[in-house]
Design a protein around this ligand. Sequence first.
Ligand SMILES: [Zn+2]
Length: 81
Amino acid sequence: MREITCYRCGHSFSVPDEYAGRNVPCRNCEALNSVPANPGSSGTRLFDHLDERGQDLLEQRFDRLLQALSEYERRAPALKT
Ligand SMILES: [Zn+2]
């Protein structure tokens, strides 16, 4: 279980580990709170519905996409304000 403190009303409640990396509604005010993913956990993958191989492939592609995006950001001209 994880302890969540609602960002809106400050109400504390616990959610099962399966909700790591997802959004859960506060028990008190129903604001959506994101449950922090456990960085050391191997149980939480980006694409839960795929098998190991599919997850690895997709995560590799996702990494490449992120790299391409940050590369693009570096090349893009600074925003004029
Ligand atoms: Zn709340």
